[in-house]
Design a binder for this molecule. Structure first.
Ligand code: GLP
Length: 253
């Protein structure tokens, strides 16, 4: 089945974050083993701020990262683990043991990647996976060409992605060239997906991902294979979608 997603268009990133936080809290409340899959990048920041400002039960909450760089020092503040600890885990009062990441130390192997997948299963699976969308359509670090049945693995980052992720580093040349990412099939294994896209610079790729073919060339298009995928976009990111046609169901304000 394709096009099985719901699109919510909000006026600004602030309203996107409010709506996203509400959906996340609802999804976690329905689980006896609440596991939130988290994304990095700039897009989810207002959602994390909103989540940390709300009151909800975090007593059993576990956080799982989509991806992590390989080769950063363990105490690097530029790692995705550090970002998630800073932005979400610490403000919510979660200890570091409740933040889980794909293998990233030394050289992850197919065995350690498979162990991570088994660990996800042992946690009870991901209730809701939050996703951003890269300029080239990547989700996690699944770059264009990633197989739709891919699982957690080591990937080489594209020059464009390295450039886009350079902000926490002194310069693009310090961004690691390799990362370990959940695969597309791993992401599709979450019980619910929530893709966030804000800003005009995401409009073109969002249109391609939602209205073009489902293809490994545009990894984000794979969310349409999921039975419970929600896309929240602000008006700027959604302006190229003809909301109201058969492919897109919009609930604007
Ligand atoms: C990185 C992350 C992705 C994220 C993307 C978009 O590549 N690995 O998970 O979706 O950046 O980032 P931004 O939200 O800053 O556009």
């Amino acid at each position: 089945m394709t096009n099985g997603y719901e699109l919510l268009v909000e006026p600004t990133p602030t309203e996107c974050a409010e709506t996203a936080a509400g959906l996340i809290i609802e999804a976690l409340a329905g689980s006896s083993t609440p596991v939130l899959g988290v994304a990095t990048g700039l897009t989810p920041l207002p959602t994390y701020a909103e989540l940390t400002a709300r009151s909800f039960d975090v007593s059993h909450l576990q956080l799982v990262l989509l991806d992590e760089y390989i080769g950063l020092p363990a105490d690097s503040e530029a790692s995705f683990r550090a970002a998630v600890r800073r932005l979400l885990a610490e403000p919510l009062g979660l200890p570091p043991e409740r933040v889980h990441a794909p293998p990233h130390e030394g050289a992850p192997t197919p065995e350690t990647c498979a162990q991570f997948e088994a660990h996800l299963g042992a946690l009870g699976g991901i209730d809701l996976q939050l996703l951003g969308i890269g300029r080239n359509g990547h989700i996690g670090f699944n770059e264009p060409g990633s197989a739709l049945d891919s699982r957690t693995r080591v990937v080489e980052l594209t020059a464009e992605t390295i450039e886009d992720n350079a902000a926490p580093f002194a310069a693009a040349r310090f961004v690691p060239r390799r990362a370990c990412t959940q695969g597309i099939a791993t992401i599709l294994g979450a019980r619910q997906l929530l893709l966030l896209a804000t800003g005009r610079h995401k409009a073109e790729i969002l249109r391609t991902a939602l209205l073009g073919p489902v293809t490994p060339d545009v990894p984000a298009s794979a969310i349409r294979l999921h039975p419970r995928a929600v896309v929240i976009a602000d008006r700027a990111a959604a302006h190229l979608l003809r909301t109201g046609d058969d492919d897109v169901r919009a609930r604007g304000r």
